[in-house]
Design a protein around this ligand. Structure first.
Ligand code: SAH
Length: 347
C-alpha cells in the first residue's frame, strides 16, 4: 500500500487520521505544525510527540521532500531558480524572487502543461501529471530551507495551469494560509490562469480571496486564438464576464498579464483595444516583454520605446499599467526554460 504523504492532507483530513490512529486530540495541532509550519523532513524531528507514536506514524505515512537538481542565482542574488526532482523522477521549476516588500516563491502546479500557449516553454512536451497539494507545498518549504528565510508571498505562475489542477490548488492555498501553517494570507497569494472560465467562477465562491492573474496577451479573439488555444473554448467575452464577477465577489483587483510580442500584439491600436476591453473592471495590467524561447518559432520582444508607448497609451485611457520588472533574464527564468535546457527529452 502506498503511504500517504502528510503534506497532501487538509487539516480536516489530518484530524481524521489522528482519530483513526487513536491519538489524543491535541496531537493534531502538534503534528500539523511539524508538517506544515516547521516543514520537518523526518519523523524523528517531532520531539514533542512520543517515540512510539512517531514510529506508528512512520508506518502509515511519509514526509516527501524535493531534491534540488539544479539552482541558478542571478548576479544581484535577488532571483534564484530551482529545478526540483519529484519522487517519480519527474522535474519541476520554482523561482524565488526578493523584493523590497518580501520574498515571493513562484511555484509550479503541474509537470509540464497541456494548454499549448504558443510562446511558452512549459508546454513544449505536453502535460505529464498534476502535482499534489503536498508537492506544491514542498516547493515553498524547500526554498525556505535553502535560503534560510521565510517566504512571504506565493504566486502560482510556474509551469502548469493551476485551474486544471483545481482541487489540489485550492487545498494548497487553504493549507498554506492556515495560521498554524505558513500563515501566508490570501492577499499575498496569486493564482495565474490562462482563462478557464468555469473554474474562475468556482474560485470566486471558495471564500479564499486570492489575487487572480489572468494571462490575457491579446485584446481580440482573433489574435488570442492564435496565441492561446484556450481562447477557442472560452472566448474573451466570457472570460471578461468571469473576471468582472471575480472582482465583484472577492473585492480583489485583478491583474491582467499582457505579454508583448513584437509585431504581433504590441501596436498602439492593440493598446487602445485592450483599454476598451478592460474598461470598468477593477484591475491592473502587468506588461511582460516576451522572454524569447529558442524552440518557439518566430516570436521576439519589442524594443523598450515600443513597450513604453504601449504602457503610456493604456495610462492615457485610465488603465493602470506597469512594466514587469525583469528579474530572471540571465538565468532561464521564463516558464519551463531551465528544465527544457537541462533535461531535454526527459519529463
Ligand atoms: N498557466 C498559467 C500559469 C503559468 S504561466 C497562466 O497561463 O497564467 C505564467 C505566466 O508566464 C503566464 O502569464 C504566461 O503567459 C507567461 N509566459 C509563458 N511563456 C512566456 C515567455 N516566453 N515569456 C514571458 N512570459 C511567458
Amino acid at each position: 500500500m502506498k503511504k500517504i504523504n502528510l503534506r497532501d492532507l487538509s487539516k480536516e483530513e489530518m484530524k481524521c487520521l489522528i482519530e483513526e490512529l487513536d491519538m489524543e486530540r491535541y496531537r493534531l495541532k502538534q503534528l500539523w505544525q511539524w508538517v506544515m509550519q516547521k516543514g520537518v523532513s523526518d519523523f524523528s524531528e517531532m520531539t514533542n510527540i512520543p517515540k512510539s507514536t512517531r514510529e506508528f506514524l512512520r508506518d502509515v505515512s511519509q514526509l516527501n521532500s524535493l531534491k534540488i537538481l539544479d539552482k541558478q542565482v542571478s548576479n544581484d542574488e535577488n532571483t534564484v531558480k530551482y529545478l526540483f526532482e519529484l519522487y517519480d523522477k519527474t522535474a519541476i521549476e520554482s523561482v524565488l524572487m526578493r523584493h523590497s516588500y518580501g520574498r515571493t516563491a513562484c511555484i509550479s502546479t503541474q509537470v509540464g502543461c497541456r494548454m499549448g500557449c504558443r510562446f511558452c516553454a512549459s508546454t513544449l512536451e505536453g502535460v505529464v501529471r498534476n502535482l499534489s497539494c503536498g508537492e506544491m507545498y514542498e516547493q515553498v518549504l524547500t526554498i525556505q530551507k535553502d535560503i534560510g528565510e521565510k517566504v512571504t508571498h506565493v504566486v502560482l505562475m510556474g509551469s502548469g495551469e493551476p485551474l486544471v489542477n483545481y482541487k489540489s490548488t485550492v487545498k494548497f492555498i487553504r493549507n498554506i494560509a492556515d495560521k498554524d501553517a505558513l500563515n501566508i494570507s490570501y492577499r499575498r497569494i496569486t493564482v495565474s490562469t490562462c482563462g478557464l472560465v468555469p473554474e474562475i467562477k468556482k474560485l470566486a465562491d471558495e471564500n479564499i480571496p486570492v489575487t487572480l492573474a489572468v494571462s490575457l496577451h491579446a485584446a481580440s479573439d482573433e489574435k488570442r486564438n492564435k496565441l492561446m488555444p484556450i481562447n477557442r473554448k472560452y472566448p474573451l467575452a466570457e472570460l471578461m464576464q468571469a473576471c468582472r464577477e471575480y472582482a465583484l465577489k472577492t473585492k480583489r483587483r485583478i491583474t491582467f498579464e499582457y505579454l508583448l510580442v513584437k509585431n504581433v500584439n504590441d501596436s498602439i491600436n492593440d493598446a487602445i483595444k485592450l483599454a476598451k476591453l478592460l474598461k470598468g473592471i477593477l484591475c491592473h495590467v502587468n506588461l511582460i516583454p516576451l522572454n524569447p524561447v529558442k524552440e518557439n518559432a518566430n516570436f521576439d520582444r519589442p524594443n523598450i520605446e515600443r513597450i513604453k508607448a504601449f504602457k503610456n497609451t493604456l495610462i492615457k485611457h485610465s488603465i493602470n499599467a506597469t512594466i514587469r520588472k525583469e528579474m530572471g533574464i540571465g538565468i532561464d527564468a521564463a516558464c519551463g526554460q531551465l528544465k527544457f535546457k537541462k533535461l531535454k527529452g526527459r519529463s
